[in-house]
Ligand binder design. Sequence first.
Ligand SMILES: Nc1ncnc2c1ncn2[C@@H]1O[C@H](COP(=O)(O)OP(=O)(O)OP(=O)(O)O)[C@@H](O)[C@H]1O
Ligand SMILES: [Mg+2]
Length: 254
Amino acid sequence: MLEVKNFSIASKENDLILLDNINFKVQKGEIHCILGKNGSGKTTVAYSIMGLDRYGKKEGKILFEGEDITNLEPYERAKKGITIAFQEPARFEGLRVCDFLRAGKKDATKTQMEKALDIVGLDPADFIDRSLDDKLSGGERKRIELASVMIMKPKLMILDEPDASLDIIVYNELYDIMLRMKEELGCSILLITHREEAGLIASGATLISKGKVMATGPFRCVMRKYCTSEGKRDRCIAFKKGTFSKPILIDSKK
Ligand SMILES: Nc1ncnc2c1ncn2[C@@H]1O[C@H](COP(=O)(O)OP(=O)(O)OP(=O)(O)O)[C@@H](O)[C@H]1O
Ligand SMILES: [Mg+2]
């Protein structure tokens, strides 16, 4: 579905390399995580796939369904079926939820909006006309953001840390919601996260450090490498007992 091939990108301002020869693939119908510490380059990967223009020189390719999209505009990539939910969703004080949902898809019907709200666990009757103001909780905002992504019916959904700063019950619910969205749309999800618990829903993962891919492969072995490199206990083992296949380690010097 998505292939990032020998891709590098530099900063516009000072040519600093932000992503350095990265390679990974997201298969059709897969939930694939991008893991890495703060500042490692996760959001830069997401923005590069979406084609958001805030970088300088780039090299390599991004292929979507076999087609080279490296130089397409963001709206062209959106038309092809790629959508992103931002790490820090914009606040639209005063706008109603239904207006926000229609901003993503002008011809969205009330039934479609109600269905999307229902899937993300919000009662449509309570939320469709609610104002998007600071009375909404963090979790409710994240759900509304997911509903807006869902209503666009993407083939590939990029979710930039939707599980950050949420308590355990809320992010476990969010993972359920992501699975429901994936089933409903038959889409792939590129999930940027720090959470080991994402292994409950993800099959693949790519670990990024200082703009380089350190490992890519099955989620549990990549997460294991992440935990080891961070000196954290690997909790993934608790999810599923079994043999770990080895991640594909990328030589960062190349
Ligand atoms: N347009 C830009 N120009 C210059 N530097 C940038 C630009 N965008 C990001 N950076 C820098 O690149 C590095 C990676 O940033 P990025 O936002 O991708 O990290 P991240 O892995 O998403 O971090 P976090 O977990 O904190 O969200 C950071 O050091 C950041 O300051
Ligand atoms: Mg980020």
